[in-house]
Each structure stands twice: as structure tokens, then as C-alpha cells.
Design a binder for this molecule. Structure first.
Ligand SMILES: Cc1cc2nc3c(=O)[nH]c(=O)nc-3n(C[C@H](O)[C@H](O)[C@H](O)COP(=O)(O)OP(=O)(O)OC[C@H]3O[C@@H](n4cnc5c(N)ncnc54)[C@H](O)[C@@H]3O)c2cc1C
Length: 493
């Protein structure tokens, strides 16, 4: 039987990237840091453990140098010649404004943009490092070992620097004193309820993507049955607990990150099984066309670069009959060697003619063939350049929906098809925080003493869509912000 009362200066709820970043920062102020994690140890790490990329500001190789080991300046320079010589603060600001239709919270965005490079360099100082990203992703560097590598290092570093982990421990309720100060958390373990008393509590326990009731309530009809591209543990507990004591909801509660996934995506994925959590991603749609089960196109496949469209593409797929879409590519794409490694184990169909492909997929043959012919006839001449960082303007004309970039005729067999479904990754609705301290705001218009939030729990940054790698960056940045402020406040009290 475990002890049933614990005391920490700073208690962190959740064990993902945001929580670990908060813990690193809090440990710079106090050695008394506890972390409670709902998952068993074998599945620790949250969604963060299944990621690949983190999107940060850099101005040239001098900013990347502290992040990579064993790479010469020449090798680094070559990486940047691949099309992304910098990603400035202004560019990251404009990009998030653009993908969110100018609805992102500017105070959060300011911190996200101005602190991202500082934050990755701070993570490097803790022991993390970066390697070149795959040629299909629009980030230049990726965490060494992806999210799995990042989280493995995080746990090693935190064990070494003195944080205490409690696994299979799910926070269920926030404890307040008479003044409205949060003084701890009640949590459920396999052997019963446990009390955690703390001078400051940081909630970093994810969104509500794994809670069918909350998905239906906030995202809308049909979302209760969507498959989750992520852990089953993020059931909105932190949001519910905080709102129960008056925390102010903020941001877009009706939109989420949802992307095209292999039709075989299970109901949930967990780090111990899906070591490379993104192996079910099906992100080749910009290079062909997307049709529904009626054999009809339904969306402009390249209204922006892949890194800026994939997180909202899942919603468009969910709206199709049966929630299914088919990615169609022709032999030219294979000949150009453009397939990502993920597609090696994908669910697929292949045929020499469009008619045979339609039969194999159960599509209405005439409709499908007419769709492809109309698409081919609409393709305009131009310079085809499917660059991961840029659009080429090679488009269709006279069809609805158009394809605004990378438009190439689907005319060379064998034709290949990839059935996909929507997988929800995380929800965008969250809590209102003070952007420079991470402190959670009360509906009464004042901060809640002793309560901080980070990661997916922060509302306001992402609305409708987002840019690849921004989730991990936001988690690390606001985790660090919250850890700093909570650690300082705990020590001062
Ligand atoms: C397969 C996949 C690939 C992705 N790829 C990328 C990418 O390349 N780049 C990117 O930026 N983003 C990516 N994302 C999104 C990214 O995972 C999130 O933006 C990020 O991980 C959020 O971090 P977090 O710490 O807030 O949440 P998480 O990492 O999900 O951590 C939340 C933790 O809280 C725990 N928890 C939940 N409820 C409780 C409770 N009641 N008590 C205690 N603990 C609790 C959970 O078990 C979990 O460990 C990907 C997501 C998935 C699933």
C-alpha cells in the first residue's frame, strides 16, 4: 500500500513534453518537484513520445550550431540550401496568423515566437540534441530519436536531477484553500486515492481528444466515434478540474488537430506499441488527388504547403461519406522517388488502369474515371516544383474544387491508391493563461493563485489549423514559462 499523502514545492500533472519542460525549469528553482502521470511507466511520455518535429525560429547556421552534434558547418550549410535558409520571428508570426486566419492570441504568439529559439537552445543545454529532418518535412532539424528520443532523455535527465515520478496516478480534483489558492491535487492510483500537497501546481495533462463525450460536445456530431491518433489518457481531466474551480476557457473549443491517417489506424495509439507514432501518417496527398467514396474530389489538395494543411485535412475527410477518402497517385510520383518511408507498410490498392483501380476500391467506376479525366483536362502548364517549403503555382483551371499547386495529370499507370481516415491528434480549446507566467486565469478576472498550465491545455494559440511542429514548440516554451514562474512562486512562499 503506497503512502497516501505527498508534499512538493511544485507538483506537475502529466508526463509529456510540456510537463517535462516545466519540470526542468522548476528544478532550477527548487529540488522539490513531483510529477504525477496517469499512464503506466511503459506508456509514459504522452503524445509527445510519438512525435517527430519541433518548429522554431532560427536566423542561420549560427543558431542551429548549438543544437547539433557531429555536423560540420559545411554539412549544416547544405541543409539550409535545401530551401529554408532561415525561419525568422516575423515568418513564424505571419505563418501562425495565416493558418489560424488571424485568430491566434497575440500575447501567446509573441512568447511562442520570441522564446522558441531560446527554448530549444535551453533544451540543448539540458542534454538534448537535433539531427537533420526527413526530406519530406518542412522543418530543417528534428529531435534526435524523434519524440521518443526526446522523452527518453527527458526522463533520464529528470531522474538524475531529482524530480519524483508517480505513475498510474490520475489527478481527479484540485484542492483550494479559503482564499482560492490551489494547494494540491487529489489523485487516483491503483491502490486508492492519494493527496498531493504543493505550493504550486502545473497542469500539463493534455487536451480532451481521448474523451468521446467531450469531443461530441465541443467538436460536434460524429466526433465521438473518430479514431484517436494518440494516447487514450488525454481525457480532458485537467481542463475539467480547472474549470470546476472557475478557470476561464479560452481559444477554439470547436476545432482540433486532425490529419489523414491510414485506414488501419487503431482507436488509440500508445508509445510502447507505436514506437514511431507517425508511421500511420498518410501525408502524400499534395502529390496526387483526394477522392471520396463517390469517386469525387472534395478539397483543394494544396491550398498551402503540407505542413500548414495536414492538421485541418482530417476534418475535411471526416465530412465525407463513411469518413473515408482515397489518395490517388500515379506512377510519375513513384518514379520521382517521392514516397515517404511511411507508405511502405500502408494499406493500398494498385492497378494498371483507372477502371481496374476503381473496381478494386469499390468506387463507382464511371464517376471516378470522369473525375480524373476532368482533373487532367483542367491541369495548366507551368513549372512543377513540389518543394516542401514552397508552393509552385502550377494549378488547375475551370474545376471545383481547384488544385492550386503541384497539379500534375494522373495519367500514368500503374495507379496507386491509399484509403485514409481522420485521426484526431489533439484539441485546440484550453485555458486562459498569463502568457509570461503560465498562471491560469479565473472567470472572475484575476489569476488563480498557485495554478499554472502548459502544453495542449493552453487555449488560444491554435485555431482551426496549425503548422507542423508548433505543438511541441508551444509545449516546451509554455512548459518552461510555467515551470519558471511556479518554481519561483513556490520558493518565495
Ligand atoms: C503520432 C503523433 C505525432 C505528432 N507529431 C508531432 C510533431 O512532429 N510535432 C509537433 O509539434 N506535434 C506533434 N504531435 C502533437 C504533439 O504530440 C502535441 O502537441 C504535444 O505532445 C503536446 O504536449 P503535452 O505535453 O501538452 O501533451 P502530452 O504529451 O500528450 O502529455 C500529456 C500527459 O498527461 C497525462 N495525463 C492525462 N490526464 C492525466 C491526469 N488526469 N493525471 C495525470 N496525468 C494525466 C497523459 O498520460 C500524458 O502523458 C503529434 C502527436 C501525435 C499523437
Amino acid at each position: 500500500m503506497a503512502d497516501d499523502v505527498f508534499h512538493y514545492d511544485v507538483l506537475i500533472v502529466g508526463g509529456g513534453n510540456a510537463a517535462c519542460s516545466a519540470a526542468h525549469a522548476a528544478l532550477e528553482k527548487t529540488k522539490s518537484v513531483g510529477i504525477i502521470e496517469k499512464a503506466p511507466k511503459r506508456d509514459r511520455g504522452g503524445n509527445s513520445a510519438m512525435t517527430g518535429h519541433i518548429r522554431f525560429v532560427f536566423n542561420g547556421i549560427e543558431d542551429l550550431r548549438p543544437l547539433v552534434r557531429n555536423m560540420s558547418d559545411d554539412e549544416l550549410r547544405k541543409l539550409l540550401e535545401g530551401g529554408l535558409p532561415h525561419r525568422t520571428e516575423a515568418e513564424v508570426w505571419d505563418e501562425l496568423m495565416r493558418v489560424t486566419n488571424n485568430q491566434t492570441d497575440e500575447e501567446l504568439l509573441h512568447v511562442h515566437v520570441t522564446e522558441s529559439l531560446n527554448t530549444v537552445q535551453w533544451l540543448a543545454s539540458k542534454g538534448h540534441d537535433w539531427v537533420p529532418a526527413s526530406l519530406t518535412n518542412d522543418n530543417v532539424l528534428t529531435m534526435n530519436g524523434g519524440g521518443a528520443g526526446l522523452q527518453k532523455r527527458n526522463f533520464e535527465i529528470l531522474d538524475r536531477t531529482g524530480a519524483t515520478f508517480h505513475y498510474e496516478t490520475a489527478a481527479t480534483e484540485l484542492i483550494e484553500d479559503k482564499t482560492g489558492r490551489v494547494t494540491g491535487v487529489r489523485a487516483l492510483t491503483p491502490s486508492g486515492y492519494v493527496m498531493f500537497h504543493a505550493k504550486a501546481v502545473i497542469l500539463a495533462c493534455g487536451g480532451f481528444e481521448a474523451n468521446a463525450e467531450m469531443r461530441a460536445r465541443y467538436l460536434g456530431p460524429g466526433w465521438d466515434s473518430v479514431h484517436v491518433r494518440g494516447v487514450p489518457y488525454n481525457t480532458g481531466d485537467g481542463l475539467r478540474m480547472a474549470m470546476n474551480i472557475g478557470a476561464l476557457p479560452h481559444g477554439s473549443w470547436s476545432t482540433c488537430h486532425a490529419s489523414p491517417q491510414d485506414i488501419a489506424l487503431p482507436k488509440f495509439t500508445v508509445p510502447s506499441v507505436h514506437v514511431h507514432g507517425d508511421s500511420l501518417n498518410r501525408y502524400m496527398y499534395p502529390y496526387g488527388i483526394l477522392v471520396n467514396m463517390k469517386g469525387e474530389r472534395f478539397i483543394d489538395e494544396v491550398y498551402d504547403t503540407r505542413g500548414r494543411t495536414y492538421a485541418s485535412m482530417g476534418r475535411a475527410i471526416m465530412a465525407q461519406p463513411g469518413g473515408i477518402a482515397i489518395q490517388i497517385l500515379d506512377a510519375k510520383i513513384r518514379e520521382r522517388d517521392m514516397y515517404t518511408a511511411n507508405y511502405r507498410k500502408a494499406t493500398t490498392a494498385k492497378a494498371d488502369t483507372l477502371e481496374q483501380l476503381a473496381v478494386e476500391l469499390g468506387l463507382p467506376v464511371e464517376n471516378f474515371v470522369n473525375t480524373v479525366r476532368a482533373f487532367n483536362a483542367a491541369v495548366q502548364p507551368g513549372n512543377y516544383n513540389p518543394d516542401r517549403h514552397n508552393l509552385d503555382g502550377k494549378s488547375t483551371a475551370g474545376i471545383v474544387p481547384p488544385k492550386s499547386n503541384y497539379a500534375l495529370e494522373i495519367d500514368k499507370g500503374p495507379f496507386e491508391a491509399w484509403p485514409v481516415r481522420c485521426g484526431i491528434t489533439f484539441t485546440f480549446g484550453g485555458l486562459k493563461i498569463n502568457a509570461t507566467t503560465g498562471q491560469v486565469q479565473h472567470v472572475a478576472g484575476r489569476p488563480i493563485p498557485g495554478l499554472y498550465a502548459a502544453g495542449e491545455m493552453v487555449g488560444g494559440l491554435f485555431v482551426g489549423a496549425y503548422a507542423s511542429g508548433a505543438g511541441m514548440m508551444s509545449g516546451a516554451t509554455f512548459g518552461r514559462v510555467a515551470g519558471n514562474a511556479a518554481g519561483a512562486a513556490a520558493v518565495a512562499s
